[in-house]
Write a new protein. Sequence first.
Lengths: 516, 189
Amino acid sequence: MNGSIGFLKSGSIGDGFLIRLNKTVNSESLQIGDFIVVQGDLYDYFGIIEDIRIGSSNEDVFFNPPENKVQRIAVKGAITFSEVLVTPYLMIEKSTNRVVTIKTIPEHFSDARKANERDIRIVFGGNAEKAFHVGSPLTMDERIYIDLEKLAKRNNAIFGITGSGKTFLGRIIFSGLIKHDVASLLIFDMHNEYGQFAKSEKKGKLKSLKGLFGTKVKVFDVSDKNSNADDFIKIPYGDIAAADIAMLSFLLSYSQHSEETAWIINKRFGDKWLKHVEELRSATEAEIEEKAKEWGVNSSSLSALIRHLDKLLSLDFIQNIKEDSSVQKILRYLKNGTSVVVQFSGKYANNPLAYFTVANIITRRIHELYASASEEERNKRIMIVVEEAHKLLSSDIKDKNIFGTIAREMRKYNVTLFVIDQRPSEIDSEVLSQVGTRFVMQLMDEKDMDAVFQGVGGGSRLKKILRTLQPQEVLLFGYAVMAPVPMRVREYNESFFKEVSESVSAPSAEDADELY
Amino acid sequence: MKHIGEVITVRSDVLVAEGERSALPPLGTILKSDRGVLCLVVSHSIDNKIPGRMPIAYGKSIEQLEREQPQVFALMKWMFQAIPFGTLSEGSVELFLNKVVEIHTLLFETRKEERDLIFKELRFFDFLFSIDKSVFPQRDKIIVSLINAYLNDLLEVKEDEYVRIFSYISKILRNDYQTLKYIMDGVSI
């Protein structure tokens, strides 16, 4: 038939379909990750090439190989052959175009062909009400859409090495979520890429989320030097609990004894505990010993705690103030459908302590407020975006901070995590299992590759596809798409800006005044 | 048209025909009968016309013997064996023998257009490789010469035709690559 590349030779749902290529089809015209349709009588079976192989029906051919191209072509098909292994994911019912997950297989010799634009439209074509174009198949120009509603209902992740295009992809996805008003984003923007501008890979600056969506995005910064910020983060001592400090132990060289000491003091003084500790920063050994006795803690542990907390207390945005923290403002924005980008400018750029402190404390506060709010109050979905997430979600500390809790439990409270990370193998496996949709870009480390497919059916096959990815290419799979899809991320350029900027429904100035 | 031979023996799968001295059809020649039966020349033989007569050695060259003892040649008959494989009628080839070959049937040379028709039928190669090599050891050489002759007669797209023919032969000989390679190497384009 027209467009046939071969026929179904053997296979099963579990092991995939083995397609023997027609002799006229050059194996180099197919690539791992290409979409293939095997045409049964009732269904078209939609799958992805996971492997390409060549073989021979008679090993004698290698003792006296064909001498020239014409001979090679002549024996191809009967003596030598090419095959592709296709993992089937979906069935498209021919009579209705209804798409269902794979449940049966076609007969022997069913024709196989490359998926065409129509197939891609049916499978990834964005029939969902809030579908968003995120890219194209690796060897086609057809659009691939994700279902944003589904995406926002669960935790999500972008994984990839530095330079693979994580931030670039993140901006595209977040633009979709904001444009379609699917969720309020709280983005902890470690490298200042999601605010007003982003660095262009070529030259100059590009519009980022604030630049694209105006008042639908508010930028907070821990540094008051950022002239593009709408507001600044101030964290009163009272907002910091011993639990927050425990989470930062990997940055503060924090010991078990210091942690226990902080807990005791926190319990004794409540939200004033840090102020009491801070007052001891200039105290003498004797004064510390006296306080230790008074508080019922070990004096050397108290000394160590003071020493360890010194770095934290040196952060300018942690202040001995009583005023309401920025958290309440941020939460109000989020509840109103406005996304918030928390940036780290000036001396806090690329400062892990500042980043993780702010991310942890703000997120914990939002968790507390949202979990205790009525169902009506939390009807707006919140998605918390965190970079370098493995440092917050490793097995060692996932139980000590709020991110592990959100990953596991907060879906029911309408709060989900969006993790951006380059070391998925260091993220706790239980947390990883809660990630609904994964955008996996280039990874080099075997452990990381294994981690992203943990608990995923057919993961070992997808890993083959992952190995072939180039920068700006992504293997997308999970809840928000019907089938795994390797794709090129769409361009982040003027036409994208135009598309997402159209019909943006920002809260009116009056609404904003009333709310804030 | 002058005939090439006359069928003098008919067996179930092979014909014996008598031809003329110095004019026996080469191995691999495709002949046709006046009734359209097609056959392939697979062997040659020379025998006495007088049953039981045994030739003796003269120790002379052929030319000398012809001059001095011409009766020696007059007493011999020149024969060839041919395997029938199909029929030709009204410009089409049927690769199935549905006609009995009568004794004394005359055999003629086929024309190029007729051979082209035969080569268009890829099942012709099934017939060729069904010839028992242990009975006709020259089979593979015959096939090489047959294909060479056919391709040499083509004016163009020889490569395409080579690929078409050998793609099919590769399927027949998928378990006998050595024979396939021998034939491929023997055919030049």
